[in-house]
Write a new protein. Structure first.
Length: 544
């Protein structure tokens, strides 16, 4: 009897399993009979004008995720940036013209206070170069590809303006949170100096006053009373209704209140650091395996020592610390074109020729190195870096102490942040003498009381926690914009209520005004009553 019932029971089990599976699928799509909000795929474009990996690669990964969700994705940039989609053939890539960046202001202009006006003038010149070409090219792409949503790099002004003019949903991508709706009274009001000192916490009263009032007036004079050419008609409120995606995280970004249109989505790496840390070639792997205290040196894609004298100081810094026992080897990823000396002589009188076996036993100088794989190796103890966002995130993920040789932009603010939070030391590479560099590296290597390593372990926890879902979170936000923006490209559900209120009501000043009137009335009425009664009694007495 039992055997006869088995086929029937088996059918019931299969039916129950199928029903449960369909229920799970329905639940995963939000119920409603399996309905999905992704009724039609969206055409999503990202555009930039430069900036290298920190301005491009993390957004390219977002585009890749959007493609996996069924959307059509596009990348439009200047010729120098198109390489970032080489490994993503499904991202349709278009050139919008040559690179904007023909020259950069001298490094000292970025580090000195008061800030030289040469720096903002050159920034303006670079950012406005090819503006019309970019604008027209993007206008054609948006029209021909029926683009629904556009992500613009924060310095891609042509992109931002064409999207504003087209009334499309706009997303601004940033590494430093420069959004107006994340501003606060204690945020540095000098947009150039902000890259070094993001807040006024460590600024003197004199500098705060100068940056807030005098510098701005001087800047208008130097920029001919217009930050942008009037003929371009650039809308200064172009970010007002845009969602801002910031590839950063508290721990690196100064904490302060943010508006509903600002999202910290970092850290998003150039590739999946959790599953693809890169691979060491056999030579470098053996070099690291045979040592315990290796220093890794890399200054990013765009900056490098410009003279043999500067490169010699870098090598002296490394070799002097090697002879002192602070390190037992180093790897320097010196990009092509880095000028190198034939030999270096240390204070001990030892002469190291760069092409000899003796030198190769101490250090390796290579034109390119798998940075994440080197930082991941347990023998790597310190990273000498320019302080770019991508490099800082990678070092933080693996908990490596850093020595900063900053050049410009967020490199300076990152360097200062780590120095002030006891997470690192920094110097200005073109200006620091050999002694300063040697002492700075020795300080990081020694790490008295382990304070720097503790700071890095705390940051390591922060980035490893957030990186688990950062890419998914950023992709979700792009889809939110794509499917919820109104006909004018705005996000009504994220519109700050404050924008609907008068100035008085927004700050509750009307309540305080009412309270003041009430208190004044409570004081004045009895006073007037007493005065009236006194006068009445005086008159009455006089009559009597």
């Amino acid at each position: 009897m039992v055997w006869r019932a088995l086929p029937f029971l088996l059918v019931l089990l299969i039916a129950a399993s199928t029903y449960a599976e369909s229920g799970l699928k329905e639940a995963s799509h939000g119920g409603g009979g399996g309905a999905d909000f992704r009724t039609t795929p969206k055409n999503i474009l990202f555009s930039s004008v430069g900036g290298g990996a920190s301005h491009n690669s993390w957004i390219i990964r977002i585009l890749d995720q959007l493609h996996k969700r069924g959307h059509n994705v596009f990348f439009a940039s200047t010729d120098t940036e198109l390489k970032f989609t080489n490994v993503y053939p499904h991202i349709k890539t278009s050139s919008i013209g040559p690179s904007h960046y023909k020259k950069m202001p001298p490094i000292t202009h970025k580090l000195r206070w008061p800030v030289s006006f040469d720096a903002p003038k050159v920034y303006k010149e670079n950012n406005m170069r090819e503006y019309d070409t970019n604008y027209n090219a993007l206008q054609e792409i948006i029209k021909n590809e029926s683009i629904d949503v556009v992500l613009c790099d924060h310095v891609s002004f042509g992109c931002q303006q064409v999207v504003k003019d087209s009334k499309l949903p706009l997303i601004i991508t940033l590494v430093i949170n420069d959004a107006d709706d994340a501003d606060a009274p204690y945020i540095n009001l000098n947009p150039i100096a902000r890259m070094s000192d993001g807040t006024t916490e460590n600024m003197s009263y004199a500098r705060r006053f100068y940056d807030a009032f005098i510098w701005r007036a001087q800047l208008l004079w130097h920029l001919d009373f217009a930050p942008w050419p009037v003929s371009l008609g650039i809308n200064n409120n172009r970010w007002e209704d845009a969602l801002k995606l910031v590839n950063n995280v508290y721990g690196l970004e100064p904490p302060r209140p943010m508006g509903p249109l600002v999202e910290l989505v970092g850290p998003i790496y150039s590739d999946d650091i959790t599953s693809s840390p890169g691979k060491l070639d056999p030579g470098l792997e053996q070099f690291l395996d045979e040592r315990e205290k290796v220093v890794y040196v890399a200054f990013g894609q765009f900056v490098k020592p410009t003279t043999i004298e500067v490169s010699t100081r870098v090598l002296l810094m490394l070799l002097e610390n090697y002879e002192a026992g602070g390190l037992d080897g180093f790897i320097w990823s010196a990009t092509l074109g880095t000028p190198l000396p034939d030999h270096v002589t240390t204070s001990s009188g030892t002469q190291y020729h760069l092409n000899t076996t003796e030198f190769l036993n101490v250090g390796r100088i290579v034109p390119w190195a798998p940075q994440k794989a080197i930082l991941r190796h347990p023998s790597t103890v310190t990273f000498v870096t320019h302080g770019g966002a991508s490099s800082v995130y990678e070092a933080a993920y693996y908990g490596k102490r850093m020595l900063f040789a900053a050049f410009f932009g967020d490199m300076i603010s990152n360097s200062l942040h780590f120095e002030r939070t006891a997470g690192g030391v920094w110097f200005v590479l073109p200006e620091a003498d050999a002694k300063t560099m040697i002492t700075s590296l020795a300080k990081v290597l020694k790490d008295e009381k382990g304070i720097m390593q503790q700071a890095m372990q705390r940051l390591q926890a922060i980035v490893q926690i957030h990186v688990q879902h950062s890419l998914v979170r950023a992709t979700d936000l792009v889809e939110e914009v794509a499917f919820t923006a109104d006909k004018d490209g705005k996000l009504p559900h994220r519109r700050d209520i404050a924008r609907n209120l008068s100035f008085l009501k927004r700050h509750n000043y009307d309540l305080y005004l009412g309270l003041f009137v009430l208190v004044a009335a409570c004081i004045m009425l009895p006073y007037r009553l007493v005065v009236f009664l006194k006068e009445h009694l005086r008159i009455k007495k006089k009559i009597e």
